[in-house]
Design a protein. Structure first.
Length: 132
């Protein structure tokens, strides 16, 4: 999947994997059964996987983001200059967040830099989250 820069992209997949680069002002990916392996460059981004794994590399930080995985694991790579906050919630599983010198941890919230340019909510019901 390689699309030219678009305003809005919405994709719903019943079964199967989604892999590629997505560049859009706003994007939403919903996968019922399958894996998502995406390189993202969007101002607003939402991804949800019901059963499967979700691997996301952010080329630049979205102003708003939401990543949801019901059953499966998530791997998220933030840009080196990430300035924002992550709200990470795992019901059954573990969350591993790589420490950075400018990071502050307050409960389930991880603040990078000033923490004002981006907010990404990450939820996993059953599985592990790894953030770099």
């Amino acid at each position: 999947l390689n699309l030219p820069k678009l305003n809005t992209v919405k994709m719903k997949v019943s079964a199967g994997d989604v892999k590629g680069k997505l560049v859009a002002k706003e994007s939403e990916i919903l996968i019922k059964m399958g894996d998502g392996d995406l390189y993202i460059e969007s101002e607003k981004f939402r991804a949800e996987v019901n059963m499967g794994d979700l691997d996301i590399v952010f080329a630049k930080a979205p102003s708003q983001g939401e990543l949801i995985c019901n059953t499966g694991d998530m791997s998220i790579v933030l840009p080196d200059d990430f300035d924002g906050k992550l709200v990470v919630k795992v019901t059954m599983g573990e969350a591993s967040v790589e420490r950075r010198p400018d990071m502050i941890v307050k409960g389930d919230t991880y603040i990078y830099g000033n923490g004002e340019k981006s907010e990404i909510i990450i939820r996993c019901s059953m599985g592990n989250i790894n953030i770099k």
